[in-house]
Design a protein around this ligand. Structure first.
Ligand SMILES: [Zn+2]
Length: 185
């Protein structure tokens, strides 16, 4: 992923928090979907011959029509996995990938980046002083596997110590201030 892709995914996650007025963890994805008008559909409720039904290797998919945006999620997955799938699809839609014919590897990387920034925002983890995969998994309701990757990334960010240097990030942090103040580890 090039630096621009990385930045646009990160900036988009901040914009999403601000647009949707998100103030607490675990990030309420239903509020985000409601704000943007996305309807989440459980894959198990779809008839097998529906064009929306996920193929066996898919965890989620978005379908954008003229009047509606749907996110189909594999509801037999664990809740943390479903949350990741939904965050990933929100990323594809907000980053405009649904408007292109071919999703590239770079688009997927950008979307993964968005998903983890949305589910486990770095400045909030920093504000809460969370470090371990266990702490991050619990606070964000993400899988321990995703939390381990996030914890590694946080280690780098903690060492760098450059939190809140971007206007959008400062705005997000302000929204979470009350939550951070009252959070009990
Ligand atoms: Zn994808």
């Amino acid at each position: 992923m090039n630096y621009d892709g990385y930045k646009s995914a990160r900036d988009m996650s901040w914009t999403c928090f601000i647009d949707c007025g998100i103030r607490s963890l675990p990030v309420p994805l239903s509020n985000i979907c409601k704000h943007y008008g996305y309807t989440v559909i459980k894959n198990s409720t779809l008839p097998a011959d529906s064009e929306f039904t996920l193929s066996p290797n898919e965890r989620g998919r978005n379908v954008v029509t003229d009047s509606n945006t749907f996110i189909i999620v594999r509801d037999t997955d664990s809740l943390p996995t479903q949350r990741y799938s939904i965050a990933h699809e929100i990323g594809h839609i907000l980053l405009g990938h649904n408007r292109t014919e071919n999703i590239t590897r770079g688009d997927e990387d950008e979307t993964e980046r968005f998903a983890i920034d949305l589910l486990a925002p770095a400045c909030v983890l920093w504000g809460l002083d969370l470090h371990t995969p266990e702490e991050i998994s619990k606070a964000c309701n993400i899988s321990i596997t995703s939390a381990k990757i996030r914890a590694e990334r946080m280690k780098v960010l903690y060492a760098r110590g450059k939190f809140l240097s971007h206007t959008l990030e400062r705005q997000v942090y302000k929204q979470f201030e009350e939550f951070i103040k009252n959070y009990k580890k």
